[in-house]
Design a protein around this ligand. Structure first.
Ligand code: SAM
Length: 206
């Protein structure tokens, strides 16, 4: 049985992988606009929906699973979404090189792998150091959009972000209510369909 999309031959975002300093994003996207980043875009429903809904946003999705990254780039191209770029890479490795301090208007981290086994917990993507780096790369007023179905991970990640200096306008530890205007991610669609809870936080850089 085949799981997920087939592997397309063309790497996604290969031109960004050798860069040691951030590209001129205005050049990449053909103009200025808010720059947003998604970490671990998976099957890409949020990236496609959000980029289509906000054509003025320049959206960069980073996903290290090649088949998902390449499929997303293919879909963005076939849908004519010129404001979406996909990079197949380890987000932790490339973000420091691709985004200048103060450059990101939005960061989306949705349903990151929960790493259930205690021995694997150190693989969790949102470490204190990474939360601080993302704050530094964020523009003043920039959004951090966090979503997960795992309450314990939601609480941990929210605490990590707040400790790094991300501001929670709803108060420390508070989750954001569901927003009917939100584009659901691929994972989120499942939970919305089954009625399972989704924990959301929307933090800001002061
Ligand atoms: C559970 S899935 C969620 C996908 C998507 N955000 C959603 O909500 O449908 C987590 C995704 O993050 C990706 N991922 C995990 N660590 C990553 C990293 N360091 N760099 C890039 N992608 C990563 C995984 O390959 C996977 O596709």
């Amino acid at each position: 049985m085949t799981r997920g999309p087939l592997l397309r031959p063309e790497p996604a975002g290969a031109e960004f992988l050798t860069l040691l300093t951030p590209p001129d994003w205005a050049d990449v996207f053909g103009g200025p606009g808010p720059l947003e980043l998604e970490i671990g875009s998976g099957a890409g429903a949020f990236a496609l929906g959000h980029a289509a809904r906000h054509p003025g946003v320049r959206y960069v999705a980073i996903e290290w699973r090649k088949k998902y990254a390449r499929e997303l780039e293919h879909r963005a191209r076939t849908r004519g979404l010129r404001n979406l770029r996909v990079v197949e890479a380890d987000a932790r490795a490339v973000i420091p090189r691709l985004f200048a301090p103060g450059s990101l208007s939005g960061i989306h981290l949705q349903f990151p792998d929960p790493w259930w086994k205690r021995a694997h917990r150190k693989r969790a993507i949102l470490t204190p150091g990474f939360a601080a780096l993302l704050l530094e790369r964020s523009a003043p007023g920039g959004l951090f959009d966090l979503r997960t179905d795992v309450q314990a991970r939601a609480e941990e990640m929210l605490a990590t972000l707040e400790a790094a200096g991300w501001h929670n306008p709803l108060g420390p530890g508070a989750f954001h209510p569901p927003d009917p205007e939100d584009v659901p991610s691929s994972r989120e669609r499942r939970y919305l369909a089954s009625g399972e809870p989704v924990y959301r936080a929307r933090l800001r850089k002061r």
